[in-house]
Design a protein around this ligand. Structure first.
Ligand code: NI
Length: 261
């Protein structure tokens, strides 16, 4: 069994006390690779440090919509420089819109930096990791208008309708499925998994957040991904092995990586 965690935040301070032991444990549990996703300027540096020290991991660099305060062109240049000078940077992210946390007055700024970072992805020729919460329509319209189908990527922690999921699949995007699918109130995500092909699904934790049940509320890590894979297998009426196998290949395809030897 091989697992690829397509979205993790192991630089988060909730991992400070046992990070190294935990990352060794991941390997023993079949987690071959993970992508550490930056969200703020500070986490760009901590992501690069962590990924440099862990050759099995990859980096995604970008500014999360909730962290865009104070962002400017200089910072965009800085990110671009880091991406181009680091060979294990595989995506621009996480970027997008978050109307759940964001104040209404901030929405115009969120849109501006979302569009700017789509452009950045185009410049550096990397896929994007999309974060979108309570902003289904604006996210989709911006991606359509900016021809995101030419950029490619993943809509992470997908929380919208099955119709919307199908639209993203049509654009060639992957759909990130994590712990939420195991929650009791996960009806919408379960429907999404049912409706879209397994070939469009990638596994993700978003750790330390969104721990699958029965560990909901605790600190998450890639060690819990089998709960997600087994739930997907149950929904689709296939074996967990098939879920591991296909989603692993999907992750390589998403981040344009070569198959492991
Ligand atoms: Ni995240």
């Amino acid at each position: 069994m091989k697992i690829f965690d397509t979205h993790a935040h192991y630089d988060d301070d909730r991992f400070d006390e046992d990070r190294e032991e935990l990352l060794i444990k991941l390997k023993k549990n079949g987690v071959q690779h993970f992508v550490n996703v930056a969200s703020s300027v500070e986490s760009i540096d901590s992501t690069l440090k962590l990924v440099t020290e862990h050759p099995e991991s990859y980096a995604a660099l970008g500014i999360h919509p909730s962290d865009i305060k104070g962002i400017n062109e200089k910072i965009m240049e800085y990110i671009k420089e880091k991406i181009l000078s680091f060979d294990r940077c595989v995506a621009v992210g996480e970027i997008g819109l978050d109307y759940y946390w964001g104040e209404e007055a901030e929405r115009a700024d969120q849109k501006k930096w979302f569009i700017r970072q789509l452009e950045l992805a185009r410049e550096v020729k990397l896929p994007v990791i999309i974060h979108s919460r309570d902003a289904a329509e604006d996210t989709f319209n911006i991606m359509k208008d900016n021809h995101a189908e030419e950029i490619g990527g993943v809509v992470h922690c997908f929380s919208y309708s099955k119709e919307m999921a199908k639209e993203y699949v049509k654009m060639g995007f992957f759909i990130g499925i994590g712990g939420v699918v195991t929650f009791k109130n996960a009806k919408k995500v379960v429907e999404v998994v049912k409706e879209i092909p397994l070939e469009s699904i990638v596994l993700e934790t978003d750790c330390p957040y969104l721990t699958p049940s029965p560990y909901r509320g605790e600190r998450n890590s890639s060690v819990y991904l089998p709960y997600v894979a087994e739930k997907i297998a149950e929904i689709k009426g296939i074996s967990a092995d098939e879920v591991y196998d296909v989603t692993y290949k999907n992750a390589l395809k998403l981040y344009r990586l070569k198959e492991d030897a």
